[in-house]
Design a protein around this ligand. Structure first.
Ligand SMILES: [Zn+2]
Ligand SMILES: [Zn+2]
Length: 149
């Protein structure tokens, strides 16, 4: 499959720290931490998951209001069963990258690890180029580095 792993949209993952411009490193279950100032942030999945943990039985509308994540995205997560993982769930899903069967989510654990490592490496390169304290919100620059691997 000729697909650039960095082009995958991963629930609006935070890539750059809002506070210091540092690289956000994946910690697991939708949580990220700045490698410089240790500030924590969540992607859409992390926000929704944490809200549901504290508000069992919340409606999609209530989740949307509390997290800012659209109901469409919430429903997509539920369909993917990322929020309802149980030991006996069936493998109907396939990794979007290597196509191996998975129990939940979008990628197998190996591809997910590779994905996060690739994003973090890319962000470190971008951070070096733009220098400290120059964090930009845009991600337009990401395409430029795809050929350097
Ligand atoms: Zn930071
Ligand atoms: Zn995979």
């Amino acid at each position: 499959m000729d697909r650039n792993i960095l082009d995958l949209d991963y629930y609006h993952r935070p890539k750059v720290c809002k506070l210091c411009g540092g690289v956000m490193v994946f910690k697991g279950v939708g949580e990220y931490q700045c490698e410089d100032c240790k500030a924590a942030e969540y992607d859409d999945y992390g926000k929704v998951r944490h809200f549901i943990e504290n508000h069992r039985g919340a409606t999609a509308a209530a989740i949307e209001e509390a997290t800012g994540v659209s109901q469409r995205t919430i429903r997509q997560m539920l369909r993917e069963s990322r929020l309802e993982v149980t030991a006996d769930s069936r493998a109907f899903l396939h990794c979007e990258i290597c196509n191996v069967s998975i129990r939940y989510g979008r990628f197998c654990s190996k591809c997910e690890t590779n994905y996060h490592a690739a994003v973090e490496l890319q962000q470190r390169k971008e951070k070096q180029l733009r220098g400290f304290g120059q964090a930009t919100k845009g991600q337009e620059g990401s395409k430029r580095f795809d050929r350097n691997k």
